[in-house]
Design a protein around this ligand. Sequence first.
Ligand SMILES: [Zn+2]
Length: 474
Amino acid sequence: MAPLGDSKKQKKVSLPRLELSAALLLSHLYHKVNTSIALNTQPFFWSDSTITLHWINSVPSRWKTFVANRVSEVQHLTTNGVWAHVSGMDNPADIISRVMEASQLEESSAWWTGPSWLKQPSRFWPPVLQSDLPELTVESLEERSVSLPVRDHEPNEIFGLRSSFISLVRLTAMLRRFIHNSKPDIRSNRKIGFLRTSELNQATTTLVQLAQSEVFSNDIDAIATEGQVKSNSLLKNLCPVLRDGILRVGGRLRNADIPEDRKHPMILPARHLLTASIMSHYHQKHLHAGPHLLVACVREKFWPLRIRNLARNVVHSCINCFRCKPSALEQLMGDLPAERVTPTLPFLNTGVDLCGPFQFRKLRKDQPTKCYVAIFICLVTKAIHIELVYDLSTAAFIAALHRFMSRRGKPHVIHCDNAQNFKGAVRELAELRKQFYSQKHKAAVVNRCADDGIQFKFIPPCSPNFGWLWEAAV
Ligand SMILES: [Zn+2]
């Protein structure tokens, strides 16, 4: 029996699913009866749906969720039972689904006592699954689809023989030499002794060629036949070219006067044992180079795809790099001095420093002479004033200081380095100030100037870290 669903609102349940639901109902019924009266015989369950029997006699995980849940429950409830096929003609449950008059139903032996063979011993019963049943398709069985990654080509075994790039190259070179020496026609010209550089280079080329043929075979075929890769190729942006069977980056450096390998590096796949061993080799060869240096070094000869990720992975997975990586001590910086955080007029609190020397000539025909630049920086606004200092003498610095003061006004405090010329300058400034004080009585203006004489503050000797703002400006 099937529920009459509203086809507009409810999704229609397929007939096999209804048959399975009927089988589940039968299982529940059997389970209830069995727990009540404890039948000690092996139960037989009959269904005329071959699909349902297929479902029940198989592992539930093969089927879609609806079927799998019900099959699992049926199997659990009828663990010791046998599910068998009964033809539609012999199935008494089938009679009521067809049109039949009550008088006929009364006389129907199949309705009252079941099919005739059921009264005989079980060996006379039809087989559990009949062989002449129609073939079941995947769609009708509602099999769950499973996706698996499949490789087109298995990687060549040679890449797994050595983890180090150098030993892999040497092994390949020895194999190449063996093949060369085995040829009968060159017995007199056999290669023996140490491996030569040319042999190692040829071995490297052979390895790259092998790796490329595994991953880029379609691109190599496309270039060989059409002269360029297909529009959906990963290598499209590299404009690859085929040189001696090796796929190389095309690029625009054809006319550059640089080695051929650098002009057209060999393309390497991102995920390949060879690429990993090359990256690792270059990392160690360049004394455990960081990601940026590693990228630059590898690209001298090779062009691995997604090289930045590879470089980062190599550096991060290197145990030596991990052990040697020092954790920098980060100390909290002290509070900013009052001069930096108190709003004042520009250049009232000034820092000064000299930088240079620079080359300088007064006239075109003169020999160039050294000069310096004094940088005055306002500690509040960070405004910068630059003055030329002709030499490192005190007089030159005083002159620059005067020019600065003429332009920007007289600063209250000047913070500066502990250089010798400034020590001299403060002596002269003291004399200047003394002179101002001696003329105090003469004029009110001069008096005022002397009162706010410039104060010099020196940082401790040999401690450039004290020079906070002007060092940054220099
Ligand atoms: Zn390292």
